[in-house]
Ligand binder design. Structure first.
Ligand code: GLN
Length: 309
């Protein structure tokens, strides 16, 4: 183990320890009942450098549902299949000062603000080609590919819990359908959105997804099957403007690299040309971002000088 590696390991240990004090400042999501069972005290940090070397600290093997982080994978697939202009005629490139589950803006724009809020993501997934479960299966397959982790699968209890209680998302689905933003015979594409959110990953998997978008869609082991610099530019710019919802502006100032959070407690960070970062802790602030997770990203950004600006 060389000096540089030791430095990163020491840094992760320090940040990990300091992050514990932030656990009490947030709350585990309970609007999806099954999510309320999460253990608030787990904290995991995983980081992969530009050579594909993985560093971990804490609870990086514990699984949690990917939730909104799946939205970037769905966007990538939808854009690949339909083209960017087709997708963005049906949603905006806007940032937002509204929460992730807000839908009031649909009525003024006639389309969702962006693909990272629920409304935009429901449209994105509905635009992926295929019948029944196919769109979800494509998302699952892509996540397994990027992480090289074939054991990744759905948390069925979370899926059923979301499906049962997701009436706000269901309402949005019909409103969006009313605007003619996608064609759907039934609720299967909404179910696919619920399914993609219920895919279980760990912090290491998130670091690998971060690496992929940090390196022009090259996998952490160098596999270039999906190599596409234009795609990672698109995904990263969208994450920077709205990946952390209504906190994105402040996050851009304080952390300064594209990231995506989920209400399962994960944050996936992309430092272009350099690191992929995954953090996990389910104690959320009122934006739906993990409080220790945001602290960890901010600390890493400061200590390793990771802001892109
Ligand atoms: N499945 C969640 C929902 O639709 C995803 C939200 C999130 O992670 N911010 O409400």
């Amino acid at each position: 183990i060389n000096k540089n590696e030791q430095n990163i390991n020491d840094l992760l240990s320090t940040i990990w320890e300091d992050s514990q004090t932030y656990i009490s400042k947030g709350q585990v999501a309970d609007y999806i009942p099954e999510l309320s069972k999460a253990n608030k005290n787990l904290v995991g940090i995983a980081i992969i450098d530009n050579k594909g070397k993985l560093y971990t600290k804490g609870d990086t093997q514990n699984k949690f549902t990917i939730q909104s982080i799946s939205k970037v994978i769905a966007l990538m697939i939808a854009v690949k299949e339909r083209g960017e202009s087709y997708i963005f005629e049906r949603m905006g490139y806007y940032g937002t000062n509204a929460p992730f589950n807000s839908f009031e803006e649909i009525q003024t724009q006639n389309k969702p603000l962006n693909p990272m809020m629920n409304a935009g993501a429901i449209v994105t997934t509905s635009l992926i080609l295929g019948k029944k479960e196919e769109a979800y299966l494509k998302i699952l397959k892509m996540i397994r590919f990027i992480t090289k982790n074939e054991s990744i699968t759905i948390n069925q209890a979370v899926y059923l819990s979301e499906k049962k209680t997701g009436n706000r998302n269901r309402g949005m689905f019909y409103l969006l359908k009313n605007y003619g933003l996608f064609e759907a015979e039934d609720e299967e594409s909404l179910n696919n959105y619920f399914r993609q959110c219920s895919i279980e990953v760990n912090a290491e998997d998130l670091a690998k997804i971060g690496y992929f978008f940090a390196h022009d869609c090259t996998r952490f082991d160098g596999d270039k099957t999906y190599y596409n610099p234009e795609m990672s530019k698109l995904i990263n710019s969208i994450m920077l403007t709205c990946g952390m919802y209504d906190y994105s502006g402040e996050y851009s100032r304080k952390v300064g690299f594209p990231s995506k959070s989920g209400v399962g407690g994960g944050i996936m960070g992309v430092v272009p040309g350099k690191y992929g970062i995954g953090t996990f802790n389910p104690s959320l602030d009122n934006h739906g971002n993990s409080v220790p997770g945001v602290y960890i990203m901010e600390s890493l950004s400061k200590k390793l000088d990771l802001s892109i600006f």
